[in-house]
Design a protein around this ligand. Structure first.
Ligand code: SF4
Length: 472
C-alpha cells in the first residue's frame, strides 16, 4: 500500500543562465501523461463509459467548459479557437453544448457533486450575460455544485471584452476565481500581436474583481513576443507586481508557425533572440521572487498565502490541463469542442473541428474523437511525473509499484538518463527517491522526460513532426 506523500519544500528557484542555455531542449509540458499526441482514434464513447463505471460516484467532479469563440485574433495564439463576429454562432454552439451536457449527465448519473468548474477558451466572455445564465442553469440542472465557500469556480477573462459591471455579474453568477489575459502592457508589442489592451482598462477590471469578492485573481503574461526586450518588459512586470494578483503565469512564447497558422502573421525578425528571452526569464524570476511570489513550477508563481502555494507546501498540489490545481485528482469531465477529459485511468478528447463535434451530437453520441486507456505502467509514470512537477521531489514509497519490485529497478533506465543531470547539479538521486535542487526547478521538464517511456520508445519510420516547444 503506497504511503502518503511527505515533502519538505522551500518555495523558491535558482536561475542559472548557463545551465538553462546548455540544457534547453524540446519537451512536453506534461499537463497529462501520456501526452495528448499519444491519444488514438480507437478510443470512443464505449471506453469512456467503462472509465466512468470504474470511478466511485461519490467522488466530486471537476468540470471544464470550452467556449471556442473570440472576436479578434491574437497572432501568437496556439489555442483551439474560432474567430468570428457572428454572435449567432454562439447560439448554435450552446444548443449543441446542452446536448452534450445532457448526454454526460446520463453517463455520469444525475446530481453528481462538482467541486471545481473552469470556463476556458477561446473567450468565455464572448457569451452574453443571458447566455452565461442559461449555460450555468443547464449545468446546475445536471450537477450539484459545491457551496461557494468550498468550490473553486473559475473563468478566463479577456479584459477587452468586459466592464466592471460584467465582472460583478460573473461573481453573482457563481464564479469565485478569475484569470485575466494580459501578456504585455507595451503598446508596440500589443500592436505587433494584434491585441490592444490598455493598462488602465485592465487595472479597472482587476480592481473590480477584487472589489466584488473574487477569491483568487490570476494574470497571464508572455515573454518572447515580437518587439519585447528586457528593458521593455521590466515596466510591465513592475505594474503587475504593484497590482499584486494572487497568481501570475508567465508563459514562454513558442514560435511554431508550421503548427499554428495565426503565428505566420508575426514578423519573425521582430522576435527576441534566445539570449534576450533567457535574460527576460531571469528578470521575471528576480522581480517576482523579490516581490514575495513563490515559484510554483512550470511558468507559475503565487503569493505564499494563495491556495496553490499552500497546497504545494502540504504536498497536495496536482497538475492538469489547466496547469496546476488543488483539485486535479478529481475526475475531470470536459465539455465542448476539443475539450479533454481525464476520468479514472483514461483521457478522452472531443472532436476538434466544430462541424465534426456537431455531427456526433446530431447522431446522439458523445462527441469523443480519440483518447487513451492508461496501462499500469502509464499510471505509475503519471504519478512520478506529477509528483516531480508539483513537489520537486519523488518519494518512492508513495508509488503504486508492482509487489516486490523496487523503484530503482523499475526505473533503472530513467535513473541512468538522470545521471548526467545529477552531475550538473539539477537533482540528487537517493535510495528513497529524488530531490530536485533549486537550480534544477526551471528544468523540471528535462527531469520528467527521463521517465517518459514514449519519448524513449524506438522511433517510428518517416519524418517526425515538431510537436513540442522548448523547455524554456
Ligand atoms: S489568445 Fe485568447 S483571445 Fe487571443 S485569439 Fe487566442 S484564445 Fe482568443
Amino acid at each position: 500500500m503506497p504511503s502518503a506523500r511527505v515533502i519538505t519544500l522551500t518555495p523558491s528557484v535558482e536561475f542559472d543562465a548557463a545551465l538553462v542555455r546548455k540544457l534547453n531542449q524540446m519537451g512536453p509540458r506534461y499537463t497529462s501523461y501520456p501526452t495528448a499526441d499519444r491519444f488514438d482514434g480507437g478510443f470512443g464513447a464505449a471506453q469512456y463509459r467503462a472509465a466512468v463505471a470504474g470511478v466511485d460516484p461519490a467522488i466530486p467532479l471537476s468540470l471544464y467548459v470550452h467556449i471556442p469563440f473570440c472576436a479578434s485574433l491574437c497572432y501568437y495564439c496556439g489555442c483551439n479557437k474560432i474567430i468570428t463576429q457572428d454572435r449567432h454562432k454562439a447560439v448554435e454552439y450552446l444548443g449543441y453544448l446542452y446536448r452534450e451536457i445532457a448526454l454526460q449527465g446520463e453517463v455520469l448519473g444525475g446530481g453528481r457533486r462538482v467541486d471545481q468548474l473552469h470556463f476556458g477558451g477561446g473567450t468565455p466572455t464572448y457569451l452574453s450575460d443571458r447566455q452565461m445564465d442559461e449555460l450555468l442553469a443547464t449545468l446546475r440542472g445536471q450537477f450539484a455544485f459545491a457551496p461557494d465557500e468550498q468550490g473553486e469556480f473559475s473563468i478566463e477573462v479577456d479584459p477587452r471584452t468586459v466592464t466592471p459591471a460584467r465582472i460583478a455579474t460573473l461573481r453573482r453568477q457563481g464564479f469565485n476565481r478569475i484569470s485575466l489575459g494580459i501578456q504585455d502592457f507595451d503598446p508596440a508589442v500589443q500592436q505587433a500581436v494584434n491585441r490592444i489592451q490598455s493598462y488602465e482598462e485592465t487595472m479597472e477590471v482587476l480592481q473590480a474583481a477584487r472589489d466584488c469578492g473574487f477569491r483568487s485573481i490570476s494574470v497571464d503574461l508572455i515573454y518572447g513576443l515580437p518587439l519585447q526586450s528586457v528593458a521593455s518588459f521590466g515596466p510591465t512586470l513592475d505594474k503587475i507586481v504593484a497590482a499584486r494578483p494572487d497568481r501570475i503565469a508567465i508563459y514562454n512564447y513558442a514560435h511554431m508557425p508550421q503548427l499554428f497558422k495565426s503565428q505566420r502573421l508575426i514578423n519573425s525578425v521582430d522576435l527576441p533572440d534566445a539570449e534576450t528571452k533567457l535574460a527576460m526569464l531571469g528578470l521575471c524570476i528576480e522581480r517576482l521572487t523579490a516581490a514575495g511570489y513563490v515559484y510554483i513550477g512550470m511558468d507559475h508563481f503565487a503569493l505564499p498565502e494563495d491556495d496553490l502555494a499552500r497546497s504545494q507546501r502540504e504536498g497536495k498540489l496536482q497538475r492538469n490541463f489547466q496547469g496546476y490545481s488543488t483539485h486535479a485528482d478529481a475526475p475531470m469531465v470536459a465539455l465542448g469542442v476539443s475539450a479533454i477529459s481525464a476520468v479514472g485511468a483514461s483521457y478522452s478528447q472531443n472532436e476538434k473541428i466544430l462541424s465534426a463535434y456537431y455531427e456526433r451530437l446530431d447522431r446522439g453520441e458523445l462527441p469523443i474523437a480519440r483518447g487513451i486507456v492508461l496501462s499500469a505502467d502509464d499510471l505509475l509514470r503519471r504519478a512520478v511525473i506529477g509528483q516531480l512537477m508539483c513537489d520537486f521531489e519523488l518519494d518512492y514509497a508513495s508509488l503504486p509499484l508492482p509487489d516486490g519490485v523496487a523503484a530503482a529497478d523499475y526505473f533503472a533506465d530513467a535513473l541512468e538518463r538522470l545521471k548526467p543531470l545529477e552531475e550538473q547539479g539539477l537533482l540528487c538521486i537517493g535510495s528513497k527517491g529524488l530531490r530536485v535542487k533549486m537550480r534544477g526547478r526551471l528544468l523540471i521538464r528535462n527531469i520528467c522526460m527521463a521517465f517518459d517511456s514514449y519519448l524513449h520508445a524506438p522511433p517510428v519510420e518517416g519524418p517526425q513532426p515538431a510537436r513540442y516547444s522548448r523547455t524554456i
